[in-house]
Design a protein around this ligand. Structure first.
Ligand code: 4AD
Ligand code: MG
Length: 459
């Protein structure tokens, strides 16, 4: 792979490389072909000298090659006189593997907009930016597993199809095998549906995750989740991946400590392992990105209760379009203020009003707030949402009744509070929000291969 070639000491060894043509330039008798194979940010420059003896196949290939074509090129690895690269290939043989039918290849020119690239999502990983996003995404996924596995967490696969609404927001995609075209008003009978009742795509693996934490002590999930929120923002997807650790014998403080350690581990790892890709993002996408990631990795996260945060926000109410008040959900502009103006770094907001949080969170002794925590980071806002869970059966049932939930259908979840209940806590990290933060990409749709959002499910 090109990544390995670029780290080799160039001493004229014969090398074969395969990849796609990024550019072809001709200068007098020299032909320069930039080949990439996606293994790293850099491409390999292959230089042909047409005054030397070249086979007929090589000559025809050089004439026919255009951006996007796949090739196999052989030559000697030598140190490069050109700026910005240490090695290049003094090439003597080229073989066309697949032509990229000339003019119609959509990635001819550099500098296409990200909106346009979304329309050709099957080709966009061939661009420098989306290719770099893909490598960072892959490494971050690996680092997620490494972090948890090294600390004795077990990876649990929770179901994608579910019959409960874990977050209680009702923003769920229903799934059915009933023939909707044949159903007339009033005849819908879910007992005849595939699962014998209404079923959905999951919004979170947490509730099932809790059952495994109540058996294995420390678990995490990492899988796709689905939300039918019609929020057309640069931070929301209808299908996104979430990492949800859950720890038994733990309280909110342990949860916050884990979240901070986790984020710092991920940032430190990516700074160490993908500096080439990050330098690209720092130069072309978000100036100062590397410094921001480093400062988060070195920082101490600020803790503030929701009540104190609202007080601070009210003092600066003139700054906001949406006036803050106790009981309101924090808006992006509020999150930005807390991280960028108040704390100058990541902030963990705790103890939110119970009305704006999910049913499973542990109620504080004030009866008004719950043991919730959201981790907010500068620029992006909420990256993690978590809480200590209500481990008391009576309290939990009380809250579910207040919310008018169908208690019997949560019998298995309530059983955890009946048999060997323990204090426990966990959180959810939105994987795409993480990739977005690490790359500085403005729109979350550009950090997942095939984004799903309202009106968008092509490919
Ligand atoms: O805050 P949320 O809704 O929390 C939960 O789902 C809990 N069950 C987590 C837990 O305690 N185990 O979502 C968690 C995170 C958010 O902080 C955000 O990063 C991300 O998931 N997220 C989304 N990412 C992309 N698109 C969306 N529509 C998202 N909704 C939430
Ligand atoms: Mg949340």
């Amino acid at each position: 792979m090109i990544k390995d070639l670029l780290t080799e000491e160039p001493c004229g060894q014969h090398t074969v490389t395969r990849g796609w043509v990024r550019t072809k330039r001709t200068m007098k008798n020299l032909v320069f072909i930039e080949v990439y194979d996606g293994s790293c940010f850099a491409a390999l420059q292959c230089t042909f000298d047409r005054t030397t003896e070249l086979s007929i196949e090589t000559q025809t290939t050089l004439d026919a090659l255009s951006t996007g074509a796949s090739v196999e090129i052989s030559g000697k690895l030598v140190s490069s006189p050109a700026q910005g690269q240490c090695v290049e290939l003094a090439a003597d043989e080229a073989r066309l593997i697949g032509a990229a039918s000339g003019e119609s290849y959509p990635l001819q020119k550099k500098g296409h907009s990200f909106e346009f690239l979304r329309e050709i999502a099957h080709l966009r990983p061939r661009t420098a930016t989306i290719g770099a996003v893909a490598r960072i995404r892959s490494r971050l996924a690996y680092a997620v597993h490494t972090f948890f596995q090294e600390q004795g967490f077990q990876y649990v696969h929770t179901p994608i199809i579910t019959t409960n609404d874990a977050e209680g927001t009702g923003a769920m995609f229903q799934i059915t095998t009933l023939d909707l075209a044949k159903i007339t008003a009033g005849t819908l009978d879910y007992s005849k549906d595939f699962f014998g009742k209404k079923a959905f795509l999951t919004v979170s693996g947490q509730l099932e995750g809790e059952t495994y934490a109540a058996a294995l002590s420390r678990i995490y999930t990492f899988g796709p989740t689905f939300r039918a929120e019609n929020s057309n923002t640069s931070r929301h997807l209808a299908e996104f991946w979430m990492i949800e650790p859950e720890i038994a014998f733990a309280h909110l403080e342990d949860d916050m400590a884990l979240a901070e350690k986790f984020i710092k581990y991920l940032f430190t790892d990516i700074l160490d392992k993908h500096s080439d890709d990050l330098e690209f993002f720092d130069t072309h996408i978000e100036k100062g990105l590397i410094a921001t990631l480093q400062s988060v990795a070195d920082s101490r996260f600020t803790h503030i209760t929701y009540t104190d945060a609202i007080r601070e926000l009210e003092h600066h109410a003139a700054n906001f379009e949406f006036k803050p008040f106790w009981g309101c959900d924090l808006q992006s502009e509020h999150e930005k203020f807390l991280t960028e103006q108040l704390a100058h770094g990541p902030v963990i907001v705790t103890d939110y009003p119970k009305e704006i949080k999910a049913f499973y969170m542990k109620t504080n002794s004030d009866g008004k707030t719950v043991r919730a925590m959201d981790v907010l980071v500068p620029r992006l806002g909420e990256i993690i949402g978590g809480s200590e869970r209500e481990d008391d059966l009576e309290q939990l049932q009380l809250r579910m009744r207040e919310l008018g939930m169908d208690i019997p259908s949560y019998w298995w979840y309530l059983d955890l509070r009946r048999f060997g209940s323990v204090p426990h806590a966990g959180f959810g990290l939105g994987f795409e929000r993480l990739v977005q933060y690490v790359t500085g990409m403005a729109n979350i749709r550009d950090v997942i291969p095939y984004p799903r959002a309202a009106g968008q499910a092509e490919f």
